[in-house]
Design a protein around this ligand. Structure first.
Ligand code: ADP
Ligand code: TRP
Length: 321
């Protein structure tokens, strides 16, 4: 079984990204042949800053490896290192009805956010379909926001096989992570870089602890019980602390007698300890600058072998070869 997913290189990873995307990806690499890539072509639909793109791609590669991506198990590469994907995207675009793209809400949402309405942004789902179909992917784990793009991919796969013959491409299944695990941000809303309420995974200890100490709380006096619902302190602590420590903090909320400052300090300690092994791994990776380049080069070479097989099949089916 081949599992494939892409992540956009869009700046510092936060705790929501970790629990929503990286941790599940790291777990899944045990269950099949994982293909994970950094979607740098896709990133160009929202920004044109060459230095930032380079830095974000590298940053994501380092952080993903630090979080447990194992390059001996997963094929890890950057999207643009396999430019064959553009050829498949073109072929898909010739069978893609305009109506299918017209109804994609992600395009409209992004334009509403102020991103320039380019052809690339409009055709984004076609490139994404090419990413998936180029590697005969069976399962594609994504967040809820990508559900419609996966539907477009499946529609295009069906269309390809109707047009050029069964077996031209493999029909993928999506695995939509139900967002039971929406990680709250420092202000209680969903953690997201668009809300500026994120807690980064990596960074310097002092400012990170300060961010936690600044979490907004109500004015319940120390001695009184504290509300437990919609508490980002409790929700975040649950992710980092042992079950026993979490239950203690819950009881301390319910019984009163402990102030918010104390809870935040416990949260900051648990957060710092949780990411300690990944921080150590990250320091090792950073100390060996050639390592990341080597991992990505190996991944790209392995990915290209697969891409060439699929593309050759598609070229034959379409009459290009
Ligand atoms: P952001 O909302 O910060 O822009 P992205 O949309 O780039 O984050 O998300 C990248 C990945 O991280 C996606 O798979 C998404 O589902 C996951 N993710 C982002 N924020 C959260 C969150 N608060 N809780 C759970 N998963 C999240
Ligand atoms: N569009 C995805 C996102 O923003 C990233 C992505 C690009 C992707 N190509 C993909 C995800 C292929 C899964 C499969 O999160």
């Amino acid at each position: 079984m081949r599992i494939l997913t892409g992540l956009q290189p869009s700046g510092k990873l936060h705790v929501g990204n970790y629990f929503g995307a990286m941790e599940p990806a790291v777990r899944l690499q045990e269950q099949g042949e994982a293909f994970y890539f950094i979607a740098d072509y896709h990133a160009m639909t929202s920004s044109h800053d060459a230095a930032a793109l380079r830095e974000n791609v590298r940053g994501l590669a380092v952080d993903f490896l630090a979080c447990g991506l194992d390059p001996s198990r997963a094929v890890f590469f950057r999207q643009s290192a396999v430019p064959e994907v553009n050829e498949l995207a073109w072929i898909l675009s010739t069978v893609c009805p305009m109506g299918l793209l017209n109804k994609c809400h992600s395009y409209k949402d992004k334009v509403a956010q102020g991103i320039a309405p380019s052809h690339g942004l409009f055709a984004y789902p076609v490139l994404m379909a090419a990413d998936i179909l180029l590697y005969d992917s069976n399962q594609v784990p994504v967040g809820k926001d990508q559900k419609q793009h996966l539907e477009v991919t499946r529609d295009l796969a069906v269309k390809m096989n109707e047009t050029f013959g069964e077996g031209t491409v493999v029909l993928p299944e999506s695995i939509i992570r139900d967002d039971t695990a929406v990680v709250p941000g420092l202000d209680g809303r969903k953690m997201s870089k668009s809300y500026g309420n994120t807690l980064p995974i990596f960074g310097d200890e002092k400012p990170l602890r300060k961010m936690i100490m600044r979490i907004q709380t109500d004015s319940t006096p120390v001695e009184e019980p504290k509300p437990t619902e919609d508490s980002s302190i409790l929700a975040l602590y649950k992710l980092f602390a042992s079950e026993g420590d979490y239950q203690t903090m819950l009881a301390d909320h319910q019984n009163g007698g402990v102030g918010y400052g104390d809870f935040k300090k416990r949260l900051a300690d648990a957060y710092w300890d949780f990411f300690a092994p990944m921080r150590a791994r990250r320091d090792e990776i950073l100390a060996d600058p050639g390592y990341v380049d080597q991992v990505l080069a190996d991944g790209a070479a392995r990915a290209r072998v697969e891409a060439a097989k699929v593309l050759s099949r598609v070229r034959k089916a379409t009459g290009l070869a």
